[in-house]
Write a new protein. Sequence first.
Length: 302
Amino acid sequence: MALDLNAMALYTSVVEHKSFSAAARRLGVPVSTISRKISDLEEALGIRLLQRSTRKLRVTELGQTYYEYCRRGLDEFETGISLINDRQQEVSGTLRISIPPNLSDVLITPLACEFQTIYPKTVVKILVTERYVDLIEEGIDLAFRVGTLQDSSLIARRILTFRHLLVASSQYLEKNGEPEHPSELINHRLITFDGWQGQAIWELHHKNEKQKLVVDSALCINEMAGLQYAAEASQGIANVPAIICADALAKKKLVEVMPDWKFATTSLSVIYPSNRNTSRIVKLFMDFCAQNIEAQVTFSGI
C-alpha cells in the first residue's frame, strides 16, 4: 500500500495536539476521518504509531521516531512552498529563451536587458540558434519564431506583425536611379537572404496588381544584419524585415525603395509549452515584450 502524504500530515498534527479531537478542531477535519487515515497509515507501515484508549493517547517509540521524520519532511515542504511564493512575489529565478540569430542583437536582447533592469533578481539565458529547438527536451521556457508556426502542440502568442521592405542607401539610388515598378529591379544590384541554393522569389503587390519576381542575386547572405550592412554600404537594393532595419531607416542610413509596393505581412510570435503552471517570470516577460516591442521597433513597415 502506498503511503498517504495527507495521512502523514494528519498524524503529525495529532501528535502535536496530543489528541484526535484537538487536531480535528485545528484542521477542520472530522475525527472519524483522522482516525481512519492514521489506521491506514499504520497498516501501510506495518507498525503501531499510537496507543489509544477512551481517555488517553500515547505515542509509541517507533511512532515518535516516525513523527520526527514526518515533521522534518513537512518543514522542508513548507519551506519549499514559501520559497516559491517569495520568488513569485519578488520575480526572481531563471528565464530560458530561444531566439533566431537575426532578432537577437536588434530586438530581443535589448528587451531582455530592459526586463532585468526592472526585475534585477532574474537570470536570463538566451540561446541564439536557427534550428527549431525542442522546448521541453532542452528546458527552454519560450522561443521567438517568425512566420508560420509548425508545432501545433505548443501555445503561441503573436507579438508583432510586420513586413519585409526593399531598402537601399541614398548614395546608391542617386548613382543608379530609383525604381518605380518591380519590373525595373532587373536593372539593379539585388541583395537577398534566400536564393542560396537557387534564385530568390520576391512577391510584391500594389492595390490590385501583383508582381512575382525571380531574382538573380548580386549578393546573397543568409544573415539579415549582413544584408543591411551591404545595403548601407551602397552595394544594392536589399530585402530586409522592417523590424531589423527600423533603426537604420530612422537614422536615414537607408531609405525605403518603392514604398507603394508591399510584401505580404508576417508575424513574430512567442511560443511556450503550456498555459498550465506557467511561471510568473515567463508570463511577465511575454507581457513585457507585447507592451514594449513596438516601441523598440520605431518603424513598423506596415
